[in-house]
Design a protein around this ligand. Structure first.
Ligand code: UD1
Ligand code: CA
Length: 457
């Protein structure tokens, strides 16, 4: 099937009270409109047309990575007028699917049904039944029966009291044959209470042309819910997060509280892992089996292998953690940190572009940057790799079995040899040979009768 998706995103979105386009407001870390774009792609759209309005430069810049044709609708004269801006690029032999940039949570499967229906008729419509249909276009059917033939859609503002009682409403989402869309658009007028070109008028036209309108009803109203203000956006965010939490739990993972996890990207977790409260996952995170993630961790674009433990309040980005490792509490792993099997980093340790070998430990208060640390190494508390001279970065190499005493500064580039020992408080400026002890502190002096300075009057 040749599928074209038209995404309408030209509305002003005044109720957001925002200086940016409504559809750029984020849900699960990406703009609402990106959810719609992603769904269009997973449907296999051949073409995606994005109808945008005034001040759209920021929108186009933010969506630079989209593979879409941008269509400017200079004045918002109604949904049919919006579709018309894109229709010149709709092939007659295609199926056009109309979506909305502010309706982010429609499921791909729901749309697939709708689109497939168009193979044997001209139009299929997505509807939903709401307890409170106020504001929506009503689906008018023959003899007012929900199983009967659709006759028209009447907008709330144009509806009689009788029609206002109808609870089945138009979601706005519809699929239509390209040729039929192109033919109908010119026939739609704006003779209604809002003086707008209503896309919904296409239904009555189609009925008069002798078409039967197919409908699909969604059961989850959130799938077709549009965002008009920040409260609605926050509500949809929670629904989305609950859905993500359900998927993870169904896959054999325990969550301390499914209401207190946020996934902004793709998270995969193996069985019997446990995630404590208030963790945030961003980008692509892959966690193995039997892993524990403590409370309040923020983990982005990272792989964590089986049986590792991440303790509370660790912040981890672009890192790799192998099996049986222990991280945190309060550890910061920056891009390029790689912990090999059985290694441990503790509180207030920051690592960047650094490999920590098997069975090695940095348990307290350290900065390890641009380093290659071997196996069975002990990094004492307060060890700092001085990797930066203000202009360039240099590498520190610490070989297997080395013992770095507390409060050591390693002035890179520098290498500490196998099984070498560095005494506490040492500033290492030269390479250290294997199996040696290096110290740079002066011997302790004692001055008797020393008086502390006193404050001058
Ligand atoms: C529309 C439907 C209504 C349906 C409701 C579902 C019409 C005439 N009515 O009403 O039957 O129940 O959606 O939410 O279609 N837009 C443009 N350009 C325009 C006008 C709108 O891009 O000129 C976009 C808006 O950004 C928005 C969407 O189309 O995303 C819907 O427009 P809106 O004016 O909110 O339509 P409703 O009155 O809600
Ligand atoms: Ca609306």
């Amino acid at each position: 099937m040749n599928l074209s998706v038209i995404i309408l995103a030209a509305g002003a979105g005044t109720r957001m009270r925002s200086s940016k386009s409504k559809v750029l407001h984020e849900l699960a870390g990406i703009p609402m409109v990106e959810h719609v774009y992603n769904t269009s792609n997973s449907l296999g759209a051949n073409k995606i047309l994005m109808v945008y309005g005034h001040g759209g430069d920021a929108l186009i810049n933010r969506c630079e990575h989209f593979n879409v044709d941008w269509k400017l609708q200079e004045k918002q004269l109604g949904t049919a007028h919006a579709v018309q801006q894109a229709s010149t690029t709709i092939d007659d032999d295609s199926v056009a699917l109309i979506l909305y940039g502010d309706v982010p949570l429609t499921k791909m499967e729901t749309l697939e049904t709708l689109v497939n229906d168009v193979s044997h008729n001209n139009i299929s419509l997505l509807t939903v039944t709401l307890d409170d249909p106020t504001g929506y276009g009503r689906i008018v059917r023959e003899n007012n029966s929900t199983s009967n033939k659709v006759l028209s859609i009447v907008e709330h503002k144009d509806a009689s009291d009788e029609i206002k009682k109808i609870k089945e409403v138009n979601t706005g989402i519809l699929a239509i044959k390209g040729s039929y869309l192109n033919e109908c658009l010119n026939r739609i007028g704006n003779n209604n209470s809002q003086g707008e070109y209503y896309l919904t008028d296409i239904i009555e036209l189609a009925v008069n042309d002798g078409n039967k309108i197919f409908t699909t009803q969604v059961t989850n109203a959130y799938e077709v819910e549009g965002v008009n203000d920040r409260k609605q956006l926050a509500r949809l965010e929670r629904i989305y997060q609950q859905g993500m939490a359900d998927i993870i739990m169904n896959n054999g993972v325990s969550l301390a509280d499914p209401k207190r996890i946020d996934i902004r990207g793709e998270l995969s977790v193996g069985i019997d892992s446990f995630i404590d409260i208030n963790c945030l996952f961003e980008g692509k995170v892959s966690i193995g089996s039997n892993v524990t993630i403590g409370a309040g961790c923020i983990i982005k674009n990272t792989t964590i292998a089986d049986n590792s433990v991440i303790k509370a309040y660790s912040v981890i980005e672009d890192s790799i953690i192998d099996e049986h490792c222990e991280v945190g509490p309060f550890t910061r792993l920056r891009p390029g940190a790689h912990l090999k099997n059985n290694s441990r980093v503790g509180n207030f340790v920051e690592m960047k572009n650094t490999k920590l070998g098997e069975n090695s430990k940095a348990s307290h208060l350290s900065y390890l940057g641009d380093s290659d640390i071997g196996k069975n190494v002990n990094i004492g508390a307060g060890t700092i790799t001085c990797n930066y001279d203000g202009a360039n970065k240099f590498k520190t190499i610490i070989k297997d079995g080395a013992f770095i005493g507390s409060d050591t500064q390693l002035i890179a580039p520098v290498t500490v040899g196998t099984n070498a020992t560095i005494g506490a408080g040492t500033t290492v400026t030269k390479d250290v040979e294997d199996n040696t002890l290096s110290l740079s502190r002066s011997s302790q002096r004692t001055i008797k009768g020393w008086q502390r300075p006193t404050k001058k009057q």
